[in-house]
Design a protein. Structure first.
Length: 117
């Protein structure tokens, strides 16, 4: 018939959570906010497309503005979310801002569905 479900008491639940922290670095107490910011940054199709472009090559902000429809302030907002999450970095070169990936390229490729692990 049905599967038996065992409900953990408080101590068992806390132990289970500690095991998660030990087994998966992404869930370490000191990393959860950082991890959440990365997933939040990846949660928008436009930002994923921006990462896809930056996976191919470093891009000037003007190139990203040309590639994506929308107000410049909207594009800048998306770029700042990616930057705060540590996924990209913008660097001024004269009058231009050049964006490049900060995250591991293979990992970004996985996030974009390019390869499987």
């Amino acid at each position: 018939m049905g599967e038996t479900i065992t409900i953990l008491n408080k101590q068992e639940a806390e132990t289970l959570l500690q095991n998660v922290y030990k087994q998966h670095a992404v869930f370490r107490e000191d990393k959860t906010a950082e991890t959440a910011n990365i997933y939040k940054a990846l949660g928008d199709p436009l930002r994923l497309e921006m990462l896809g472009m930056l996976l191919q090559r470093n891009c000037c902000k003007c190139e990203l503005l040309d590639a994506f429809e929308g107000a410049p302030s909207t594009i800048t907002h998306h770029l700042s979310i990616l930057e705060r999450a540590g996924l990209i970095k913008g660097e001024r070169k004269g009058k231009y801002t050049i964006y490049q990936l900060q995250a591991d390229r293979q990992l970004v490729n996985v996030w974009l569905g390019g390869i499987s692990i």
